[in-house]
Design a protein around this ligand. Structure first.
Ligand code: C5P
Length: 205
């Protein structure tokens, strides 16, 4: 069984995907991490994330990069959003995601285009959304807990810029698959959001 979990930054899709994987005993891939690694590698190479050739060269990042804490930073998220616009980058990362999705026994993948491009045949497609305010507040609390100094306003602006880029790119834009089940987590606590997702998957089995 393939479970596709798509949605914008800080919608709760990562938390939901991880919980579904644990609940149903499936392996999980956070595909955003791959784009983050490419974004980070561009900088390490001294390249420009807006340049398709630089971004493509950075797809040859070392596996060890995936474990680095800096990949989770907002700055790297912004770089990921820039490199992910290039079709060459999406193509270079396609096979790896496709192989993970189609492994025997099934898998859970979260990202932006899992239900539309990577695994359109997924048995269950979830599209997780939340208001910009709710997502900015979540990110703000996470960053504050890590001791980072940020303002709610700056985070909201950054989220909106990233949403705009992810939704308007020509290849694999962030849009729900036609057969995706929408879950709005704006007013849901973590446990309720996870429960809602589990119920959708159980109903589809
Ligand atoms: O989900 P996360 O915030 O880690 O993703 C970082 C960026 O990578 C996103 O803003 C998006 O531009 C890109 N991405 C993508 N396709 C995916 C996963 C992430 O374009 N499947």
């Amino acid at each position: 069984m393939i479970i596709a979990v798509d949605g914008p930054t800080a919608s709760g899709k990562g938390t939901i995907a991880k919980a579904l994987a644990a609940h149903f005993g499936l392996p999980h891939l956070d595909t955003g991490l791959l784009y983050r690694a490419v974004g980070r590698q561009v900088v390490l190479n001294g390249g420009n994330p807006d340049d398709p050739a630089d971004a493509l060269a950075a797809c040859a990042f070392p596996e060890s990069l995936l474990g680095e804490a800096i990949l989770r930073s907002e700055e790297t998220g912004g770089l990921a959003s820039k490199v992910s616009v290039h079709p060459q980058v999406r193509q270079a990362l396609f096979e790896r995601q496709r192989a993970f999705a189609t492994q025997a026994g099934g898998a859970v993948l979260d990202g932006r285009d899992i239900g539309t491009v990577i695994a359109p045949e997924a048995k269950v497609k979830l599209f997780i959304t939340a208001s910009v305010e709710a997502r900015a507040k979540r990110r703000f609390l996470e960053m504050q807990a890590r001791g980072e100094t940020v303002t709610l306003n700056a985070i909201a602006q950054d989220l909106e810029a990233r949403d705009l880029r992810d939704r308007n790119r020509t290849q694999a834009p962030l849009i729900p698959a036609r057969d995706a089940y929408l879950i709005d987590t704006s007013a849901l606590g973590k446990d309720d959001a996870i429960q809602a997702a589990i119920e959708v998957v159980e109903a589809a089995q």
